[in-house]
Design a binder for this molecule. Structure first.
Ligand SMILES: N[C@@H](CCC(=O)N[C@@H](CS)C(=O)NCC(=O)O)C(=O)O
Length: 212
């Protein structure tokens, strides 16, 4: 691993030192964009004038933003930690985390998590909880209308909301979740397959883009 993302040339474009970064060379000077969700919104604005992957209607647009923020703020960080603890920091090293009252609803104000196995448990549970939120949306549990995509009227439309969320959720197995864990999310599993079947998605996950 060369850790290019921690080198000066990359930090100049994205001081967060994480992948991806987008650089729009059609702007003068070239314009860098960090953070996946901001990158998707940038692409929508400058490369998708007809809103093929977005919405003209403000309420539908806002629905897409809700999903985008939800995944960026609640899904990716939790599943990212699951990946970290189960794949990268495999050794169960004792470590200390504090979470606020609102996370635990306990009177003590803060709860101490003292081992990485506690941390894995916490992040696994939170990721499954977030999958549950997506399941509620897709199943139409409270609206009575199941939907095919996360945002948009009726059954919804494939949009940046799905584009941001899908690559993570479809990797549930990589994150160490079992078929048993996923049984609670039948609509989410169908959504994964529905998006996987899209020709452009097939190309995007195809051999050409596999790491050698
Ligand atoms: N909030 C950032 C997270 C980016 C992120 O975590 N990227 C990972 C790869 S998916 C990364 O760069 N990992 C290597 C590192 O942390 O140095 C975003 O949405 O762009």
């Amino acid at each position: 691993m060369t850790n290019e993302q921690k080198k000066d040339w990359f930090l100049r474009l994205n001081p967060n030192g994480r992948i991806p970064v987008l650089v729009d060379n059609t702007q003068s000077p070239p314009f860098p964009v960090m953070e996946t969700s901001a990158e998707l919104l940038y692409l929508l604005k400058f490369a998708d004038k007809n809103d093929v992957f977005g919405f003209k209607d403000e309420l539908e647009r806002n629905q897409a933003l809700q999903s985008l923020f939800f995944w960026h703020g609640s899904g990716a960080p939790y599943q990212g930690q699951v990946n970290h603890f189960t794949k990268i920091a495999k050794e169960k090293i004792p470590c200390t985390f504090y979470f606020s009252i609102s996370d635990f609803g306990c009177k003590m104000g803060r709860k101490l998590i003292t081992s990485s196995s506690d941390a894995i448990e916490r992040f696994r549970n939170e990721t499954l909880r977030v999958y549950g939120v997506l399941e509620i949306q897709l199943s139409g549990k409270y609206t009575g209308s199941p939907r095919e995509y996360l945002a948009g009227e009726g059954k919804g439309k494939y949009s940046i909301a799905d584009i941001a969320t899908w690559p993570w959720v479809k990797a549930w197995e990589f994150s160490g979740f079992s078929q048993e864990d996923m049984k609670a999310f039948p609509h989410l599993l169908k959504w994964i397959d529905r998006i996987a079947a899209r020709p452009a998605v097939q190309r995007g996950i195809g051999e050409k883009y596999q790491q050698k």
